[in-house]
Design a protein around this ligand. Structure first.
Ligand SMILES: [Cu+2]
Length: 119
């Protein structure tokens, strides 16, 4: 009887040690998150003018569809609809225009912060 108690105590100790190890393992995810934040802030620092071609202007919803090349640290070349910071920014912009634009991250979205017709 005494031995059984001791061995179950030992088992309990082993189990709690295992739980500890699992907690420490979780810490690795926190570090991964830090690395992601560093990447995000690196992308924020570099906010160059990107070249694009306007595919569609949706002034009513404050959206513009742009075809653009690779944007370093942000996204590969693609055609994508973006929200613009202010609807008025779309007034001088028309489908087919070659434009230069900058964008910024807002939550999970990228929004166009500046856009001008390229001359
Ligand atoms: Cu995109």
């Amino acid at each position: 009887m005494k031995y059984t108690l001791l061995s179950s105590l030992f088992l309990a100790l082993l189990t709690s040690t295992g739980a500890f190890a699992a907690e420490q393992h979780n810490h690795g995810q926190g570090m991964k998150h830090e690395a992601m934040q560093q990447m995000a802030s690196a992308a924020k620092k570099a906010m160059p003018l990107n070249d694009g071609v306007v595919k569609k202007v949706d002034a009513q919803n404050g959206k513009i569809t742009l075809q653009h090349g690779d944007i370093a640290n942000v996204m590969p070349a693609m055609t994508m609809s973006y929200r613009v910071k202010k609807t008025q920014q779309l007034e001088p912009i028309h489908a087919g225009d070659k434009v230069r634009f900058t964008m910024d991250k807002l939550g999970d979205d990228y929004i166009v912060t500046h856009i001008e017709v390229a001359r």
